[in-house]
Design a protein around this ligand. Structure first.
Ligand code: ADP
Ligand code: MG
Length: 332
């Protein structure tokens, strides 16, 4: 199968929202009046962002999910995406699975594939997503990293740390009961982009980011860009590791094999969570609750933005904890 047949078979579909889709030198999008385009790219490299053993269907899902997560963090509604793909060889069953997982998530978010590039080479997937954010009275409704204010509450969506737990199991440094691993693995391989929550938080959240490198590291970006500090309740975050409840069920109620410190570290610095971390004024608590409910997303208050620079951690009793956590850095 040649390059063009491959594109036609697995990636070309009739255009929907786009003025022109796959097949010409450019795709054409017609932005709605009074909107801004939100644009983001994410690259996935085998061995670095995913293991070679991953089911291609799940890889297709994940490749788009991590990009949609960036749109979610900006409060943008997805419109379209491009796919640049390097493949070592034409493997039709791999391509069928990959495009199925990719396009199923795309359809679920009404985000169409409008173009890309296909080449031979080591497996590498680069997606660029396009979304839209309304302008209201000329003002952008995009959620940015830079708007956190002293006194704001700090929230996180969903669960934390499970992808990291799964990674440890894959690496052979940890062994857990099978149901715990299955849960953690699905969080690692099939993250849920919090698009509806991001959109619902427009005009409510003062800042937002999606957690890819670890909660504390990504919070650091909000703090730097907002010129603020924060206190985070480490044990509230640590309670959000979904595997923890599964572990208690599978291993008996009192299972101490994994230390409190270990759960904290996965939650605070695990990475690959693709949850939203955002701030909102304390006066907006009911609006945040409403946004969570309308988007059917669990949201947990985990701390506070403060004027005093730096990041402080407290335990369940409110005692200070040392912050020795470091987030993921490709070049560190
Ligand atoms: P060009 O030579 O102009 O770069 P290509 O021959 O690479 O164009 O691609 C032909 C058409 O197929 C273009 O419309 C391009 O956007 C699209 N395309 C190429 N690869 C992909 C892909 N992996 N997914 C979707 N569309 C693709
Ligand atoms: Mg061309």
């Amino acid at each position: 199968m040649g390059e063009f047949e491959l594109i036609a078979r697995y990636f070309k579909r009739p255009p929907r929202g786009a003025a022109l889709g796959v097949g010409d030198d450019c795709a054409l999008l017609l932005p709605a009046p009074a909107t801004q385009l939100a644009i983001s790219s994410d690259m996935l490299v085998e061995g670095r962002h995913f293991l070679g053993t991953i089911d291609p269907r799940k890889l297709g899902h994940k490749a788009l999910a991590v990009n949609l997560s960036d749109l979610a963090a900006c409060g943008a509604r997805p419109l379209a995406f491009t796919l640049a793909l390097a493949l070592p060889r034409v493997d039709e069953s791999w391509l069928a699975g990959f495009s199925e997982g990719l396009l199923a998530l795309a359809d679920a978010h009404d985000c169409e594939l409008i173009g890309g590039d296909t080449t031979q080479g080591p497996l590498n997937i680069c997606i660029t997503v396009f979304g839209e954010v309304p302008l209201v009275n000329g003002l952008s409704q995009a959620l940015l990293r830079s708007g956190a204010q002293a006194g704001d509450d700090l929230y996180v969506s969903g669960t934390l740390g499970d992808a990291r737990l799964a990674l440890e199991v894959f690496r052979g440094t940890l062994s857990v009961p099978a149901p715990v691993f299955e849960l953690a693995r699905s969080r690692m391989e099939q993250p849920t982009p919090r698009v509806a929550l991001g959109v619902a938080l427009r005009g409510i959240a003062t800042s937002a980011i999606d957690i890819s490198d670890g909660l504390l590291g990504d919070l650091g970006h909000i703090l730097t860009q907002s010129g603020m500090g924060a206190t985070v309740q480490a044990d509230v975050a640590a309670a959000l590791v979904a595997s923890r409840a599964a572990y208690a069920m599978a291993g008996g109620v009192h299972c101490d094999e994994i230390s409190t410190e270990q759960w904290r570290s996965w939650a605070l610095a695990g990475g690959d969570d693709y949850e939203l971390l955002f701030s909102a004024p304390a006066s907006a608590r009911s609006q945040v609750a409403q946004a969570a409910e309308s988007s059917q997303t669990v949201v947990t208050r985990i701390g506070r933005i403060e004027q005093e620079r730096g990041l402080r951690l407290t335990d369940a009793k409110g005692q200070w904890l040392p912050n020795g956590y470091s987030s993921f850095d490709h070049f560190a």
